[in-house]
Ligand binder design. Structure first.
Ligand code: PLP
Length: 379
């Protein structure tokens, strides 16, 4: 059979590669972004309860109404905007499905989509599979900020969407209100749609998250994507949601219904109950800030340079003073020889830019972080 790959340049994701390498080498796995501590026992009880009550069949296509109502209430509390649960909130199988459904609904052949490198790895393939043209713009080092003049220079008559991600994976950088104002102005001027990946909205340190939902003119042309996997450290549940204006939601739901139709029913009911208590999502940042500070304090004595982390559960460390190896080789060497796994940052760049930086996930117990830091201090 002659199979012509639609993604000839894409292999297994780096997350799977590094996690496998970590397992094979008995290494501490700070590569893939998943927490190693338990999720809320209350949330588990709630899911169990709804399963026992028999809520185990298909949920409504856009999500169960009580969850969409609770999401709207939560967003009103956090960002001062309550989306219409009926027409603007869609529950998805994680943010990954959300992003794919959105790009499939909106991207036509030849449409240009601006995205910033280092970029989360599912963005570019989802654009290309839909015939779009990804336009990669590198973030400005060392703060991983957006140079809006460069953005303006890259806009053409074919530009349709601009994708942003804050707090940003892998850098931990966050967008400021000034960034959002620039984004709003550019999007209005060029009639662009903004696709805002805000999955780490609740993991932000010493600042408030600047959501596109806070800016009325921006909100009208924006689609925001969220993930309960990140907020409630239940990445394996794969439940997220989309907030989009009604006309866009109609089109996105047409794709969502044929990708998955609907999302895990008992988990949706349980999340609806859990969201009734705002402390359940408002205290997440403190917990992760402690972990970030703990990891940074223990890594300080090493020869790695700590790159500031303002959000997410990822810490970038530069090894430019330690080795000339490229970042893939360095990550391999650290996993095989020193028994600590990380993610090389070059994989998030279209041009495979190698700045000698590795990403470490600090969503781990203190003992693991301490052991990891001990290893790093010996390198
Ligand atoms: C920036 C970013 N967007 C989207 C996702 C996907 O989220 P989910 O697991 O809910 O599909 C991730 C997961 O790591 C992420 O880091």
């Amino acid at each position: 059979m002659n199979i012509i790959s639609k993604l000839p340049d894409v292999g297994t994701t780096i997350f799977a590669v590094m996690s496998k390498m970590a397992a094979e080498n008995g290494a501490i796995n700070l590569s893939q972004g998943f927490p190693d501590f338990p999720i809320s026992a209350e949330l588990i009880e709630l899911v169990n309860g709804y399963m026992k009550k028999g809520l185990n069949q298909y949920a409504p296509m856009p999500g169960v109404p009580v969850l969409r109502e609770q999401i709207a209430g939560m967003l009103e509390l956090k960002y001062g905007y309550a989306p219409n649960p009926g027409t603007e909130v869609t529950v998805t199988a994680g943010a990954t499905e959300a992003l794919y459904a959105i790009l499939t609904a909106l991207v036509y052949k030849g449409d240009e989509v601006i995205l910033f490198d280092p970029a989360y790895d599912c963005y570019d393939p989802a654009i290309r599979l839909n015939g779009g043209v990804p336009v990669h713009i590198p973030l400005t080092q060392p703060q991983f900020s957006i140079d809006w003049d460069v953005v303006k220079s890259k806009i053409t008559t074919k530009t349709k969407i601009i994708m942003v991600n804050s707090p940003h994976n892998p850098s931990g950088a966050v967008l400021t209100s000034n960034d959002l104002q620039q984004l709003e102005q550019i999007a209005e001027q060029h009639d662009l749609i903004v696709l805002s990946d805000e999955v780490y909205e609740n993991i932000i340190f010493g600042a408030t998250h600047e959501s596109v939902l806070k800016y009325p003119a921006l909100r009208e042309r924006s689609i925001a994507v969220y993930s309960f996997g990140k907020t409630f450290h239940a990445t394996g549940w794969k439940v997220g949601y989309i907030i989009a204006p009604p006309a866009l939601s109609v089109e996105i739901r047409k794709i969502h219904q044929f990708l998955v139709f609907s999302v895990n029913t008992p988990v949706q009911y349980a999340l609806a109950d859990f969201l009734k208590e705002p402390a359940n999502y408002l205290t997440i940042a403190d917990m992760y800030q402690e972990k970030r500070d703990f990891f940074q304090t223990h890594v300080k004595a090493s020869r790695f340079d700590i790159i500031p982390c303002h959000g997410t559960y990822f810490q970038l460390l530069s090894y430019k003073n330690i080795s000339d190896l490229n970042d893939m080789k360095m990550a391999e060497m650290l996993t095989v020889k020193h028994k600590i796994a990380s993610i090389p940052i070059s994989v998030f760049y279209q041009n495979k830019q190698d700045d000698k930086v590795l990403r470490f996930c600090f969503a781990k117990g203190e003992e693991t972080l301490e052991k990891a830091a001990e290893i790093l201090c010996k390198i």
